[in-house]
Each structure stands twice: as C-alpha cells, then as structure tokens.
Write a protein that binds this ligand. Structure first.
Ligand SMILES: [Fe+2]
Length: 289
C-alpha cells in the first residue's frame, strides 16, 4: 500500500485544515482545500496562508501540480486561484459542483456565472482515477453535507472533506441547500468500508468538549469503534434523527455568503466594477413579524 507524504496546514480563524499531499518518488504534490484569508468586517483579502503552502513546497522541493477541492466550502474562501497563478497547477472538484452552482446562481443573482463547472479545470465523477506523480488517486462521491462532496483516496490515506470529523466530535452538518442527513450517512458508511488502518484526514476540527488541542487525523477503525455519531451499530434512522436535531441548533457560518459566491466560481471574485473595486453580494432578507 502506498504511503503518500501528507503535510497539514491548520487555519484557526476558520478551523480548516489544508493539505499538501506528495508523491515522494517524483516530488509531485497536490494542494487540497487551500484557504484564502478574508476579513469580512473590513473586506480585506490576504494570501498569507496560501503563501505558506507555496513556500513549504518550494523549501521542501515539492512541485505543486494540482489544487483539489473536496467541495464548495461555506466557511472559508478558496485560495485555489492564487496557487494556480503561482504554480501553473490545474484545479479539480466533484462534477456535482454544477448542481451547487445551479442552486446558488439565483440566490445571488449571479447572471454571469456558468453552471457547467467550467470555471474548474477538471470535474470528477465517482470512481475517477488520476495521478499525483506516480501516486494513484481514486475519487469517491460522498454527498450529504453538500451535493458535490468528494473524498480523495490515495494509497493508505483518504482526504474526506466534510463528512467525518474527529471521533469525539462526530460528523459534518447536512442542512445546507442540497444537503441531506440520510445521504451523508450512506456516504460515511462507504468511507468506513475502507480498510481499518486507512488514515483519514479531515477538513475541520473544532476541539471536542474536554479536548484542548486541534486534531485532524484519525483512522477508519477509530471511527468505527468510537465516533460519537456513526460508530458501528448506529442505524441510518438514528443518525438522521440526531443529525437533523443537531443541525436545527447550529448557527450560520460567519463567512457563508462570501464563501459560497466565490467558491462556486472556483475561488474567483466577480469582475471588478468600473472603479477597479471588487464587490461581494449579500442578499437582504427581511425578518418576518
Ligand atoms: Fe464544508
């Protein structure tokens, strides 16, 4: 079983983990889920987190050949355009991003948004395979959190995006438009059918109650034995009831509106206005009495 090199980069403001996954033989690497730093209050965007990944690659002799997204994130903006511009990497995401684009295009009245996924260089279907150098990647379509989530299975590792979190914390929410708890359960059971020793790398960590450090690596076996939401023996109906009840009490992610409108465009902002300034859209909804 191949054992890819995996370096994690944790972004505390958004609790996101980006990864550099490398083939030690060819020194070729993929960057997965890179974060663009964005301060909503001031509108300031900043590439320092992405620069850190590019600098790490340069310092350790990794050639970044691709930027992969596990889904259109709702809690951070993607830095894929910056990494693509700096390295020439191609970008990829699950083919169901087209569904997500169709859901949100009218929400933001983004009349210029193409909903055929062509802002990304490659779209992956379930079971697709491609190479990072000599390392084979298998794509699993794991919807539920969103319709377009994919996991990347690479040798003895799987980058699972927003499906599973650490066993003491549980699973991703399933209440975004196009999300579905029952679908998420089925996707997770698929991931948990991988060999027990498979290393799972997560997209987020929020520190479970009683834990004082961030963690993002676990295994299939650990999840099956001890996940608070989906250990072996939890039925689909039990999971759905728990997930829906929990989601009803969750607040909206701070960067939801900017993240979605930028990430469904592969991380690109809308074209600047005539004054050279780029703007984001916030649909205003009046609270009902
Ligand atoms: Fe997400």
């Amino acid at each position: 079983m191949t054992h890819p090199f995996i370096q994690a980069f944790f972004d505390e403001p958004t609790n996101t983990i980006s990864y550099l996954v490398g083939d030690p033989g060819s020194r070729t690497a993929a960057v997965i889920d890179p974060v663009l730093d964005f301060d909503m209050a001031s509108g300031v965007a900043d590439t320092r987190s992405a620069k850190r990944i590019v600098a790490f690659a340069r310092d350790h002799d990794w050639h970044i050949a691709m930027v992969l997204e596990t889904h259109a994130h709702a809690d951070h903006l993607s830095a894929a355009p910056y990494i693509k511009a700096r390295t020439g990497a191609w970008t990829g995401i699950g083919a169901h991003i087209r569904d997500v684009q169709k859901i949100f295009r009218p929400v933001f009245a983004m009349d210029d948004l193409r909903t055929d996924g062509s802002d990304f260089d490659r779209l992956f279907d379930d079971g697709d395979r491609f190479l990072i150098g000599e390392l084979e990647v298998e794509v699993l379509h794991v919807p539920g959190h969103t319709p377009a989530d994919v996991a990347y299975v690479i040798g003895d590792a799987a980058l699972v995006g927003d499906t599973l979190f650490m066993p003491d914390y549980g699973t991703a929410r399933a209440d975004f438009p196009g999300g579905d708890a029952r679908t998420l359960y089925r996707s997770i059971r698929r991931l948990l059918a991988l060999p027990d020793a498979t290393r799972l790398f997560l997209c987020h960590d929020y520190k479970a109650p009683g834990r004082d450090d961030y963690r993002w690596e676990t295994t299939v076996g650990e999840q099956r034995r001890s996940s608070v939401h989906v250990h072996d023996g939890v039925s689909e109906d039990e999971f759905v009831a728990m997930r829906e009840q929990r989601d009803a009490g969750l607040s909206v992610p701070k960067l939801l509106l900017p993240s979605i409108q930028v990430n469904i465009r592969a991380g690109y902002f809308e074209q600047a206005e005539a004054n050279g300034v780029t703007y984001l859209r916030i649909p205003v909804k009046w609270k009902e009495d």
